[in-house]
Design a binder for this molecule. Sequence first.
Ligand code: PLP
Length: 421
Amino acid sequence: MRTLFPFIGYRDGELFIEKLLVKKIGKEMGTPLYIYSKKAFEYWYKEFDSAFSDVERVTAFAVKSCSNISVLRLLGSMGAGADTVSAGEIFRAITAGISPNKIVFAGIGKRADEMAYALSCNILIFNIESESELYLLNRVAERIGKVANISVRVNPDVNPKTHPYISTGLRTSKFGIEYEKAFDVYMKAKELKWIEPVGVHFHIGSQILDISPFEEATSKIADLVKVLRDKGLSISYFDAGGGLGINYKPEEPYPQTESLAKKIVPYVKSLDCKLITEPGRRISGNSGLLLTSLLFIKENEEKKFYIVDAGMNDCMRPALYQAYHHIVSSVEKERTEKVDVVGPVCETGDIFAKDRDIGVSNEGDYLAILSAGAYGFTMSSNYNSRLRPAEVLVSGNTYTVIRDRDTFGDLIKGEKIIDIG
Ligand SMILES: *Cc1c(COP(=O)(O)O)cnc(C)c1O
């Protein structure tokens, strides 16, 4: 087997995911199709979680990266909690059997009804992102009659050196509360009857490959914990967020979680806190791919286009952030050619790869868009009234459909047709 990513690679010239021929799944299920590997999820979850085994912890999988309830079920069965950013994600996590006392709720724009829902579910912690949010939560908690455990999401003002759209820990970011102000917010929280400050939180960005900003943030926030404890707050949770990056090219190096843990664990131990982490992409990213069919090959004087049946509505990252996704043919090719891989959506930005060397393919071949497990299906839409793809989970030499492809009925679900009389 020539491995591209764990459990994904070529055997005898054919692309396999675990022990299944990708082409076979494509033939049976049609395309575009999200294909995940159970073994890969297990591998990446363990790689991450076990690095922190020296401390008491909640490894809260970031639901927004891949929110299928079977995926959540699988990770939950290995002990994962859930990092959520909406009532809908809390609902998913609970539906999948994840224990509410492993659910954290972040997000800068929580509504009162979402707070009420989260409180009624008895989630572990709210990560608060503004003073106004704190007061609203206090009022909602009073109405429901349940005290809300909170952390303040502190913006440690470190540069994670990642794409500007996915950096969140800088002073100029909309996320979190500035380091200098966080102390005041905790002092205000302390006075509120229905609020219990129990933790600290930061999340500095996504797809972070250089781990030094994590240490900088951890050390800053650890100082804050000491100051807060001096003021009589009993801080017992240290939430170091998510954001650890992955390789999008098979041959590229990527950081080991071990080395991240080495930066964080000593601080958490010396504070005697419970650790919360919120990995998303790191666990789901390389656990799935998007399979697409090459519909047409079109050439002009300048360029050659591979027109595929997946579009930006199915996988938005390339159009949204010019993100790189490795694309391979389901049959290993000897020669490559320079092409643009484009989708069928009526937008110029519907491009998966530009001037990319890809194995010379024919109309009707399958192409796999790799590393599509995170922020793939979850960002999909029905734009152009396209049916969102099915999702399947491979285990060994079988697969299970974990989401049906949309039907025309799904497309107009909830819409009403007016009476023209
Ligand atoms: C998106 C998000 C995560 C997960 O980020 P990844 O880069 O996928 O690990 C974790 N925590 C919060 C608060 C988030 O918004």
